[in-house]
Design a protein around this ligand. Structure first.
Ligand SMILES: Nc1ncnc2c1ncn2[C@@H]1O[C@H](COP(=O)(O)OP(=O)(O)O)[C@@H](O)[C@H]1O
Ligand SMILES: [Mg+2]
Length: 453
C-alpha cells in the first residue's frame, strides 16, 4: 500500500489518495457513506498523530524527572538499598558501591545477607521483616568489604507496599557511626576515670584531714600521758616505801586510839587495794602511751629509708608473727610467687601485713573452719597482694568507714580502730591504695599493688 503523505494538519491526504486511484465506482448514496467513513478515519488518524507528539513530550519530561531523581539519590552521602520482600537487592546508590568497593551491576541481584557481616544476621532479619507502612525499624550493621568488615552503620528500614497494600520489600538508608561511637566510648571512659579519681581524691582528702586532726590530738596527749606515766612509776615506789613503813609501825604496839582509827579507816584493805589499783593505772597509761606513740609515728614522721624488699620472706615472717601473738588455729593458704621485689620500708610493710592478718584472725573467730588465703603475684610493673578470709565480711554501711582512725566494731579493749588507718597510710606512702571488697562467696578481700622493683 502506498504511503500517505500528509500536510502539517493531517487533513484531506487520504481523500486525495483514494480519488487518485479512481478504480472504484460508487453510486451516489454509497459514495456519501464512504466519504463519511473516510472523514472519520481521517479525524482518528490526525488525533493519533497529535497523541504521538504529546507522548514524545511526556517522555522527554519523564526522562528529565528520572535523571533528576537519580542525580539526587547518587548525591546523597547516606547509603541507600532497595530490596524486595525476600531481601534480594534491587537497587543501590553509589555511596553503598563505594562502601563495598563494587559496581552497581555486581551488587544488584544479591541477597542482603551476602553483603553484611555474618554476626549481624539477627539484626538484618528485623530490618527486613514485613510490617505496616508506618513502621520504621532502626538497627546497626557492618558490611562485608575487601578488607573484612566496614565501620558500623546506623540503618533505618522503611517498608514498601504496592497499590493493593501488599508488602513488597524495604528501603534501607544508613550512615556510618563508628567514629561517633568511638568518640562516645572514649568520652564515657574518660568520664568514669574522672569520677574514680574524684572519689579517690575525696577519700584521700578525708584521710589527710583526719590524719592532721589525729596528729594534733596525739601531740596534745603526749605531754599529759608522759607525766601520768612518770607519776604512776613514782607512786609505785612510794607505795612500797609507805607499806614497809606502816608494817614496821604496826608491828610495834600502837595505842588503842590509833588501832581504832586504823580499823575505822580500813587501812589494811586500802593497803591491799593500792597495789592492784596502781598496776591497773599503770597498764592503762602504758596502753594510752602505745596508742599515742603509734599515732605520732604515722602522723608526724615520714616513712624511713626505702630499700629493696623481698616480698616472700616479708609475708612469711609477718604471718608467723601475727599468728603467734593471736595464738589461734587458722588454715592459711599461701600463694606467693618467688623472687618478687618491691622498693619500700620493710618494717612498715611488715606492720601492714600483720594488721591485715590479725584482722582476718579476729574476723574468722566465729567461723567453723577459719581460712585465710594470701597471694602475691606480679602483674606487669606491679606486685598485687591479696588477703581473703572466710569471715562474715564487712557490713555494707561500714565499708566506707573501716579505714577511718578509731573505727572499730570490736569490744572495748579488743580493738583500737587504728590498724587499718595506719596500714592505709603506709600503703599510700608506697604509692599504692589499700582497698577492700566483700567476696561474693562471703568474707573480706583486702588488696594493694606495690610497684615492682
Ligand atoms: N577481715 C575483716 N573482716 C571483717 N571485718 C574487718 C576485717 N578487717 C577489718 N574489719 C573491720 O574493720 C574494723 C577496723 O579494723 P582496724 O582498723 O584494724 O581496727 P581494729 O582491728 O582495732 O578494730 C574492724 O573493727 C572490723 O569491723
Ligand atoms: Mg585491727
Amino acid at each position: 500500500m502506498a504511503k500517505a503523505t500528509h500536510s502539517p494538519d493531517g487533513s484531506d491526504s487520504l481523500l486525495k489518495l483514494i480519488s487518485d486511484r479512481g478504480a472504484i465506482e460508487f453510486d451516489h448514496e454509497r459514495e456519501g457513506a464512504w466519504i463519511e467513513v473516510i472523514r472519520k478515519m481521517d479525524e482518528v488518524y490526525s488525533d493519533l498523530l497529535r497523541y504521538e507528539v504529546d507522548l514524545e513530550h511526556k517522555n522527554a519530561e519523564l526522562e528529565e524527572a528520572q535523571a533528576f531523581v537519580t542525580n539526587v539519590i547518587e548525591s546523597v552521602s547516606d547509603i541507600l538499598i532497595v530490596c524486595d520482600a525476600k531481601g534480594q537487592i534491587q537497587q543501590v546508590n553509589s555511596a553503598l558501591q563505594r562502601t563495598l568497593d563494587r559496581a552497581n551491576d555486581e551488587i544488584v541481584g544479591w541477597r542482603m545477607a551476602d553483603i553484611i557481616d555474618a554476626a549481624d544476621g539477627a539484626k538484618l532479619m528485623s530490618l527486613l521483616k514485613p510490617r505496616s507502612p508506618s513502621e520504621v525499624v532502626d538497627g546497626e550493621l557492618r558490611f562485608l568489604t575487601e578488607g573484612g568488615s566496614s565501620d558500623l552503620f546506623a540503618i533505618n528500614s522503611s517498608p514498601r507496599h504496592d497499590h493493593r497494600g501488599r508488602f513488597i520489600g524495604v528501603v534501607l538508608t544508613g550512615r556510618p557511626i563508628g567514629e561517633l561511637r568511638r568518640a562516645y566510648e572514649a568520652l564515657h571512659t574518660a568520664h568514669q576515670e574522672l569520677q574514680r579519681v574524684q572519689r579517690q581524691l575525696v577519700e584521700q582528702e578525708k584521710m589527710a584531714s583526719l590524719g592532721r586532726l589525729v596528729a594534733g590530738v596525739a601531740h596534745e596527749l603526749n605531754n599529759p600521758i608522759s607525766f601520768v606515766y612518770g607519776n604512776v612509776h613514782t607512786l609505785m615506789r612510794y607505795r612500797t616505801a609507805l607499806t614497809s613503813y606502816l608494817d614496821a609501825v604496826h608491828g610495834t604496839s600502837i595505842s588503842s586510839e590509833a588501832a581504832a582509827l586504823k580499823k575505822s579507816l580500813r587501812i589494811d584493805a586500802i593497803l591491799e587495794d593500792l597495789g592492784p589499783l596502781l598496776d591497773g593505772t599503770m597498764e592503762g597509761a602504758v596502753r594510752i602511751s602505745e596508742i599515742v606513740k603509734n599515732l605520732r609515728r604515722l602522723s608526724l614522721s615520714k616513712l624511713g629509708e626505702f630499700d629493696r624488699v623481698n616480698i616472700e620472706p616479708l609475708i612469711n615472717t609477718a604471718v608467723l608473727w601475727a599468728v603467734r601473738t593471736k595464738q589461734v588455729r587458722l588454715d592459711i593458704h599461701m600463694d606467693i610467687e618467688a623472687d618478687l621485689w618491691t622498693c619500700g620500708n620493710e618494717g612498715q610493710l611488715h606492720q601492714v601485713i600483720v594488721n591485715l592478718v590479725e584482722n582476718a584472725i579476729d574476723a574468722t573467730r566465729g567461723t567453723q573452719e577459719p581460712r585465710l588465703k594470701i597471694s602475691a603475684r606480679r602483674n606487669q610493673n606491679e606486685i598485687l597482694i591479696r588477703l581473703s578470709d572466710n569471715g562474715p565480711g564487712i557490713e555494707q554501711h561500714n565499708i566506707g568507714r573501716i579505714f577511718e582512725p578509731f573505727f572499730t566494731t570490736k569490744r572495748v579493749g579488743e580493738g583500737t580502730g587504728l590498724g587499718l588507718w595506719i596500714s592505709y597510710g603506709i600503703v599510700r606512702e608506697h604509692g599504692a591504695e589499700l582497698t577492700v571488697v566483700n567476696a561474693p562467696e562471703g568474707g573480706a578481700i583486702f588488696s594493694f599493688a606495690l610497684p615492682a622493683a
